[in-house]
Design a protein around this ligand. Structure first.
Ligand code: SAM
Length: 292
């Protein structure tokens, strides 16, 4: 009997450890123009997508990241009409955004068409509804180029990027955040995939420092995602409206009722408020990002 294949996540090789996953079956593997892509079945996590040796999405825990990257900024804003997703190839975030009937248009800018193509076949639970929704506008382009030239303006920008390596590197730059600010409407908010602070404190500190040079309020909120190894994951938060992060539970609950109380498995009004209460070591990393 052929030996089982195990696929390592190489994201933390420089820290001297790897998470390694036993492969049930490889569903798809290719070197695209931009990155190495492998999708395989895992007996506990279900379908697992890895790009350049970093876990992107799994069937078992996708709901946590997708709900927290979507409902937190949209319910905090309270009147979002235009939303931009940068990255988000698998359409897991788009599926959550389009649950908000008040959203008029969702623009998604993804650099790698093959991630969307293969998601049509392998993640129909995300793509089917999204691609059939008239409000959805998919643009294949580098997110940096798009935000630098678009004349669209957005209430909420969600940066669902890979890690700061390869094509995703520019999405952690001041140039990118400055261009995002240019296409944000007054009172708009941007959230970003900002790594796991216990293993990637530098990513959080430098992200917050860049946000705070551009916005009145720069920081993060957290959630625990099992396959983004490292306990808390930080989601970057940048807005000129300092009140948004303090939106009370009662207001969030009322907005959720108005939105039709669509089912969630992680997000609740209480979880949203709690997500901004940072453990001290993360609060210290955020404080370290404050301009001197
Ligand atoms: N949630 C995942 C994570 O936290 O690691 C990310 C999921 S999503 C698959 C990331 C997407 O960002 C990929 O489809 C990748 O192709 C896209 N991407 C990377 N760099 C990009 C860029 N410069 N512009 C637009 N999309 C980009």
């Amino acid at each position: 009997m052929a030996a089982k294949r195990w696929i390592p996540e190489k994201l933390f090789d420089d820290l001297g450890f790897r998470m390694t996953y036993e492969v049930g079956r490889v569903l798809y593997e290719v070197q695209t123009e931009h990155q190495h892509l492998v999708l395989f079945e895992h007996k506990f996590f279900g379908k697992m997508l890895m790009l350049d040796g970093a876990t992107q999405v799994t069937t078992a825990d996708e709901f946590i990241y997708h709900e927290m990257m979507t409902h937190v900024p949209i319910f905090a804003h309270g009147n979002a009409k235009e939303v931009l997703i940068v990255g988000g190839g698998d359409c897991g975030i788009a599926e959550e955004v389009l649950k908000h009937k008040t959203i008029k248009r969702l623009t998604q800018v993804e650099i790698d068409a093959s991630v969307v193509e293969f998601s049509k076949e392998h993640f129909p639970e995300f793509t089917r509804k999204v691609l059939a929704d008239k409000r959805f506008d998919l643009i294949i382009d580098d997110g940096m180029k798009y935000v630098a030239r678009t004349d669209r303006r957005f209430d909420v920008i969600i940066v669902d990027s890979t890690d700061p390596q390869g094509p995703g590197k520019v999405l952690f730059s001041s140039k990118f955040y400055t261009a995002c600010r240019r296409c944000m409407r007054k009172g708009g908010v941007m959230v970003t995939q900002n790594g796991v602070p216990i293993f990637q404190p530098g990513e959080l500190k430098s992200g917050v420092a860049k946000f705070r040079r551009l916005f009145a309020d720069g920081g993060c909120y957290v959630a625990a995602i099992p396959t983004y190894v490292g306990g808390h994951m930080a989601m970057g938060w940048a807005t000129d409206n300092k009140k948004l992060r303090h939106t009370p539970v009662a207001t969030l609950a009322a907005r959720y009722r108005k939105a039709g109380r669509f089912p969630t498995r992680y997000w609740t009004p209480e979880v949203q408020v709690a997500a901004f209460a940072l453990p001290r070591f993360i609060a210290d990393a955020v404080a370290a990002g404050a301009p001197r």
